[in-house]
Design a protein around this ligand. Sequence first.
Ligand code: ACO
Length: 336
Amino acid sequence: MYHSKISGLGSYVPDRIVTNDELSKLMDTSDEWIQERTGIKERRWVTPGSDDTTATMGVKAAKIAIERAKIDKDDIDFIIFATLSPDYYFPGPGVQVQKALNIKTVGALDVRNQCSGFVYALSVADQFIKTGMYKNILVIGSELHSRGLDKTTRGRGVSVIFGDGAGAVVLSREENLDKGILSTHLHSQGEHAEELSLIAPGMGKRWVSDILEENDPNDESYFPYMNGQFVFKNAVVRFSEVIMEGLKANNLNKEDINLLIPHQANLRISQFVQHKFGLTDDQVFNNIMKYGNTTAASVPLALTEAWESGKVNDGDLVVLAAFGSGFTWASAIIRW
Ligand code: ACO
């Protein structure tokens, strides 16, 4: 039995900064509304015509993580890629990363758990490493939202929130059982699947041929739908529950937390959780102001930035937590 530790981290965001004022030229919204309700000041959206995709952004983040882990790409035993915005309907981006990095024929797995995707992926990787099956696993969360958003007033409740970007980690075998990932906790509640969803181009309701035949320009099923207030109310409860569950499983208290990295869904959600756990501003890392909600990329993007700015140190108790579409929610308790 082993533990797994994060041995390298990397991130990538497109250069193009899209401010709230820019969005207010596309739809009926304002910098004031967006900042007050979400905390977001700007987000990154890929430049039209650029070759940034979910897979290529994931590759860029992965290269940095592999370099920082000080391993060779051929030391990677398995690839796990979390996203809700894959380049192709199939195959998933895991194999695209494998091709781009010219990694031998190791397994590549795609995880579909939206905002909780990265923490789910980390948990899967942790199980493989704990059992001794693999030594180094590349775990990526990457998201390209901007090409799929409704950028008219009709879509403003969703489109102002989401941004593009990627984060990646290398998870490696750790023989010291006091260190690394202490536990992960995963939950979902399928009864709320449609409360935050993108129905097309799924095969469940209509065939692609029907959609093409209807050719309806007002068809909203191509855009993400979110029952914002309902999601918000569930998020604050589930974030708190799953963090507490992780602490209890390890006989730890909220006072033991050095750094909480919550999925960047809404600054108000992070602040609610911060107050509930009595944490200071320094103990909670937020970068939603700069990037918006990058779903599966948000936790590794925030973790990488926190680490780069010296906020993650040897021996620290780092808590990752996420909530999103599914509903799904998850936490990871890490002794750095
Ligand atoms: N600009 C201006 N007005 C807007 C905008 C906008 N961008 N969007 C909505 N409004 C309007 C609405 O039309 C509504 O107007 P009305 O009162 O005249 O009907 C009013 O603002 C209030 O809308 P609400 O939806 O009630 O606003 P709320 O305060 O709930 O904020 C938000 C919306 C930011 C989406 C919030 O509900 C939220 O953050 N929800 C949780 C998001 C989340 O956690 N998602 C999970 C992860 S995402 C994933 O898994 C894919």
